[in-house]
Design a protein around this ligand. Structure first.
Ligand SMILES: [Zn+2]
Length: 550
């Protein structure tokens, strides 16, 4: 019974829409000079129509001539490109484009006034009932009044009264809408209006907030039926996260191929989050493995390889920027190994070489523990004790191998010694800005400037206690750290280093690796351009990667 009622409703709605479309087609025949441009704007990934999408029409021969049309809630659009002399029932006054978009409840009424005066606009439904009425006092020139539809689907009449003259136009509304009615859209002069007889070819740009726009070029010789498939800004950029500790869980038997309700990372969530490349840290507790951290590091690599083999159709290891490029091109999730803590090499350069050969592409010089050759930021001697002579050998060996130096966790004197020793740009894979949050794990402005001067990057961490002294952190705190670095040294030195699965507390909105699109949206709302986001999410780091890991 319920199914029956439901199908009746669908039948009724469909029939009504078909009738309205037929009416539209019949009335369109009355304007043979017009060109109808219709179609749909869809999400490339899901194929579903996009609400709040719009089209910008630009005259190819005069780029200043442009017009905007909005799609309906389902992404459908249809508008008529009328000839300039159409719709001019009264010589000194006309309504242009009376039903520019039957799928769109918002109708633009364009009026030209030879002198300033009162203009009354009334909207009636098919039964003659007054739906809306407003009087505007307008100056001489062209004006646009918008009508944001009210009420059920159907045919409506727009009546314009000016100096005792009346003009009527019909519009078609395809859906029930509860709009705000008549209002002055803008009182600026519309001298750039596009008419069919004033253009030959034009650009049509389909766009929507959070999406990358798509442009096509078409002519006005015929009607057009178009499909736009727009890609989200998030999936358009290459996202490289510089720090994640999931391998700590993997070595204990965690399977990253299945969607888990525990931890922060697995392949389904990396996919959902649009993560293209993940640096996976090999971190060995110096207290649990005081004597054989290298051996435990190898064990972690083995468990990583087991997961790689198990999910090799969607998951691969990258060792170079070339491999990153080819894997991201085929949309295969890539992991790059890195080692967190110089204690893993057990004061032995051959072990450093072995790690490089296994694909390790950055080494965090220290974790919270100092080694015999480098001092951690947590060490009481951090500000005075730096690299030993062997420490400088490690740095030079990393330079010649092509392994990136990471200074997150590293003490200030050691960072200075590293910068003096290396010829390469260095990174801080997962840190924040000390000016915003005074914590030993964060970088001072001087350190940020020095890293930038060398051409390196700072991967902004998502760990609440490093972002703020408040009890919780949200995305705006992450953006504040990004913004601080941007204001200090520019957009070219910022990256992301979430530290997911290495943190026990998370930022609200960035709870696991599937939540990166929330950051993208917040950055766009904040005014960051697509090109800024591309840099922060991957291009800045790739510059370092290409330079160091040849
Ligand atoms: Zn760390």
């Amino acid at each position: 019974m319920i199914v029956l009622i439901f199908s009746k409703i669908i039948y009724f709605v469909c029939v009504r829409k078909i009738i309205l479309i037929l009416i539209l087609i019949i009335t369109a025949q009355l304007y043979p000079q017009s060109v109808t441009i219709s179609g749909v704007i869809r999400d490339k990934q899901t194929g579903s129509g996009l609400d709040s999408a719009y089209l910008i029409l630009i005259n190819k021969n005069n780029l200043a001539q442009r017009d905007t049309f909005f799609a309906n809630q389902s992404g459908f659009f249809s508008f008529i490109l009328a000839s300039q002399n159409e719709g001019q029932p009264i010589k000194d006054f006309y309504i242009s484009n009376p039903y520019p978009n039957p799928f769109n409840p918002s109708v633009n009424i364009e009026v030209y006034l030879p002198s300033s005066d009162a203009v009354t606009v009334e909207v009636y439904n098919l039964l003659g009932k007054l739906i809306d009425q407003k009087t505007f006092i307008l100056s001489q020139g062209r004006h646009r009044i918008s009508y944001d539809g009210k009420g059920s689907a159907g045919i409506y009449f727009i009546v314009i009264k000016y100096k005792g003259k009346t003009s009527v136009k019909k519009i078609v509304q395809l859906d029930y809408v509860d709009g705000s009615g008549l209002k002055i859209f803008s009182n600026q002069n519309f001298t750039t209006k596009i008419y069919k007889n004033t253009i030959t070819s034009f650009y049509l740009i389909a766009s929507r907030f959070l999406y990358v726009h798509d442009t096509i070029e078409i002519d006005n010789s015929q009607n057009h039926q178009l499909i736009f498939n727009l890609e989200t800004v998030h999936s358009y950029v290459t996202l490289i996260d510089l720090h994640n500790d999931v391998l700590e869980k993997v070595v204990q038997g965690y399977d990253i191929g299945i969607l888990n309700s525990i931890n922060h990372s697995d392949l389904p969530r990396f996919y959902k989050g649009g993560v293209d490349v993940q640096f996976m840290a090999l971190w060995v507790s110096p207290t649990s493995y005081p004597n054989n951290p290298f051996q435990q590091t190898l064990k972690m690599i083995d468990s990583f390889k087991v997961q790689l083999n198990k999910y090799n159709s969607i998951f691969a290891q990258a060792r170079s920027s070339r491999e990153i490029d080819s894997l991201t091109k085929i949309r295969k999730f890539a992991a790059v190994l890195c080692v967190e803590g110089g204690h893993a090499i057990e004061d032995n350069l051959q072990k450093l070489d072995s790690l490089y050969n296994l694909g390790v592409r950055y080494l965090t010089i220290t974790w919270n523990n100092s080694t015999s050759w480098a001092t951690s930021a947590q060490d009481p001697q951090a500000s005075t004790k730096g690299l030993s002579e062997f420490g400088r050998q490690v740095i030079r060996r990393m330079d010649s191998l092509g392994m990136i130096i990471d200074v997150s966790h590293v003490g200030p004197k050691t960072i200075d010694d590293i910068l003096e020793t290396t010829n390469n740009p260095i990174i801080a894979s997962h840190s924040g800005a000390r000016t915003l949050r005074n914590h030993y794990r964060n970088l001072t402005d001087q350190q940020i400037i020095k890293i930038a001067q060398k051409g390196g990057v700072i991967g902004v961490i998502f760990y609440p206690p490093y972002l703020t002294s408040a009890s919780t952190a949200n995305i705006s705190h992450v953006i504040a750290h990004i913004e601080h670095i941007k204001n200090l040294v520019g957009i070219d030195y910022i990256a992301l280093g979430s530290d997911f699965d290495g943190i026990e507390r998370v930022v609200v909105g960035l709870e696991d690796v599937s939540k990166f699109p929330n950051l993208t949206e917040a950055l766009l709302r904040r005014g960051y351009s697509i090109s800024d986001i591309r840099k922060i999410y991957g291009e800045n780091f790739l510059r370092v990667f290409r330079q160091v890991c040849k």
